[in-house]
Design a protein around this ligand. Structure first.
Ligand code: BT5
Length: 306
């Protein structure tokens, strides 16, 4: 949200405040105040005008302005009621040089998982893609996926959903998938040009609109305030990306994979053993019968203990 509009909104939230008072305190004309108020009304904010001035009476349920209202992280929100894939849009923005944009949608029609698998994205979800331009080598990019998984699990715990993380990027409840994260990037040999981190949360959606292996926030705890959850996620992600050293300890706290027998499909074949740790920037350490293996990417399956 534009800076002045945000300040108008903040003043209204503390209102009532009259047009002339607002104009004076923000150093803008009364006509400009009126334009900002109209734009906020169009974005879904309820603003009443009485003798003592304007008062904020209602905040929109979801959308760009709803998420930006009170957001304490330097992300611009680009909201779509419906879009093919927020990751596709975020990639286009990244290629055009943008950074710190969060593309958010209520519904996606062509969403992707890893390896181009389809991702169900009915209306009511939180389908999000964060565009970042970190100054890191491409090999460290996985820490961003782990950071997004931690941020999502932490945000979910604020609404009473106790989720755990399956390496590297699935957020599960009772073995069912609640969130998937698709990370894509472009870069040179030594430096990332951009990264798009795309978490998709089955939020206020019916369980029968997602695969049987999946669950939804609605099924677990009922409908939640999606704008607040999205804000919490983005703020926590912003905190973690500023301090990558905090990511692994936080990830371990929510990890479901550590201590488990796992089978990981890697590009070089299958590895079976006990997952014992995760190392920077997201490498899974597995004790196998023939020694210790380290895996940086792959599909992980939790096995029953032998
Ligand atoms: C993922 O892939 O888990 C990454 C999913 C990322 C989706 C987000 S939404 C916002 C952004 N925009 C995009 O276009 N994508 C990202 P993967 O690990 O490959 O898992 C894909 C598998 O999960 C599918 O093959 C299905 O079995 C299952 N699946 C599909 N839709 C699901 C859903 N809504 N919830 C849980 N599981 C689902």
């Amino acid at each position: 949200m534009q800076d002045t509009r945000r300040r108008v909104l903040d003043s209204l939230a503390d209102g009532p405040v009259s047009g002339p008072e607002l104009a004076e305190s923000l150093g803008i004309s009364r006509a400009a105040v009126w334009k900002h108020v109209e734009a906020l009304r169009e974005a879904g904010f309820g603003i009443e005008s009485h003798g003592d001035g304007y008062t904020l009476t209602d905040v929109p349920e979801f959308g760009g302005a709803a998420v930006e209202y009170g957001l304490e992280a330097p992300f611009e929100i680009e909201y779509h009621d419906t879009i093919d894939s927020t990751n596709n849009r975020a990639r286009a923005l990244a290629k055009a040089g943008e950074t710190d944009v969060a593309v958010l949608a209520d519904e996606q029609t062509g969403a992707r998982g890893r390896l181009d698998r389809p991702w169900s994205s009915p209306s009511g979800g939180i389908w999000l893609s964060l565009v970042c331009r970190p100054d890191i080598p491409p090999a460290q990019a996985p820490i961003y996926t782990l950071a997004a998984a931690v941020a999502t699990a932490d945000a979910l715990s604020n609404v009473g959903v106790d989720a755990g993380i399956k390496w590297p990027n699935d957020v599960l409840v009772d073995g069912k998938k609640l969130v998937g994260i698709l990370t894509e990037m472009e870069g040179e040999a030594d430096r990332v040009s951009w990264i798009v981190v795309g978490p998709g949360i089955n939020a206020n959606v019916d369980a029968d609109t997602v695969p049987e292996t999946a669950t939804t926030v609605r099924e677990l705890v009922g409908d939640i305030d999606r704008a607040e959850l999205t804000r919490d996620l983005i703020e926590r992600f912003d905190e973690l990306r500023a301090d990558p050293e905090c990511v692994l300890p936080a990830w371990r706290e929510s990890a479901l994979t550590l201590g488990r027998r796992v089978r990981v499909e890697t590009p070089d074949g299958e590895i079976v053993g006990t997952a014992v740790d995760v190392e920077f920037p997201g490498t899974l350490v597995i004790e196998t019968e023939s020694g210790t293996e380290r895996v940086s990417a792959g599909d992980c399956e939790h096995l029953r203990p032998t």
